[in-house]
Write a protein that binds this ligand. Structure first.
Ligand SMILES: [Zn+2]
Length: 260
């Protein structure tokens, strides 16, 4: 039979739980959320097997030789993943908000937008965010030669490695557009997976890829580093809009890297 832990240990555990819940309630209040974001379950012990999503293949079955392209991670857990692209807006309030709420996300950076302030994304990385590849200049890749595509992708690998000490394993093509050369180039630059997205969130609305206009377990959600120049609101407004729906539907936000 299992022996019960001493009452004092249980008291300490309960008070720790109460404290951490109180901190989460306070952070949610501070950032204007009506509901406290749900805690994600423990990441799966065995990573799901990733396959290129139907309709996203290039050259039929040969696509298997390339890094998988997908919009949803196969899981039954009620989790979604937040990914944020480009890098134009560098709002310090956003970094504070995400670390106080403890909501994970993954960044896909394009050098021409981040190079005026690499330090902002260093602070993001120090907060536990993985910085991934969204090319040097955000060109429409299928319009470029293989060599030019490779420069766009491998060039960004080098910059992220030099500035942030880590070579990305994830790559997202600008606009989600790619061809066989894109995937071949990405693979040769050391890319392991090409996550696209199944829904996109803005400061004031959602857009969906699926006909049911809903989120699903394992969905990857896209947003952008944008501010009032580009859309009707701020980065914190976007996060509020994102969390409002996700939490109301009973989903937690999990870390994409934990599943890949
Ligand atoms: Zn982009």
């Amino acid at each position: 039979m299992l022996e019960a832990p001493p009452a004092r240990a249980l008291d300490a555990y309960a008070s720790e739980l109460r404290r951490s819940y109180a901190a989460r309630v306070a952070a949610a209040k501070r950032w204007g959320l009506a509901q406290v974001p749900l805690l994600p379950p423990a990441p799966p012990a065995r990573k799901p097997e990733l396959r290129t999503r139907e309709g996203f293949e290039v050259d039929g079955h040969r696509a298997r030789r390339f890094p998988p392209v997908f919009t949803t991670v196969p899981t039954r857990q009620k989790v979604v993943f937040l990914t944020i692209d480009d890098g134009a807006e560098k709002d310090p309030a956003f970094l504070r908000m995400m670390s106080e709420l403890n909501v994970p996300y993954t960044a896909f950076l394009s050098d021409y937008l981040v190079k005026d302030d690499y330090g902002y994304f260093k602070r993001m990385q120090d907060g536990g965010v993985t910085l991934n590849n969204h090319t040097l200049r955000h060109r429409f890749l299928p319009g470029l030669s293989y060599k030019a595509q490779k420069r766009e992708i491998c060039g960004m690998q080098k910059i992220i490695e030099k500035r942030y000490g880590k070579r990305p394993t994830l790559f997202r093509p600008p606009y989600g557009d790619y061809d066989r050369d894109t995937l071949r180039a990405a693979k040769s630059c050391g890319i392991k997976a090409v996550p696209l997205w199944n829904a996109e969130v803005f400061a004031d609305r959602w857009e969906y890829r699926e006909w049911d206009r809903d989120i699903h377990p394992g969905d990857i959600v896209l947003s952008h580093f944008r501010g009032k120049d580009h859309w009707d609101g701020t980065m914190p407004d976007m996060v509020r809009h994102f969390l409002k729906l996700v939490t109301a539907k009973g989903y937690a936000v999990a870390r994409l890297e934990d599943y890949l």
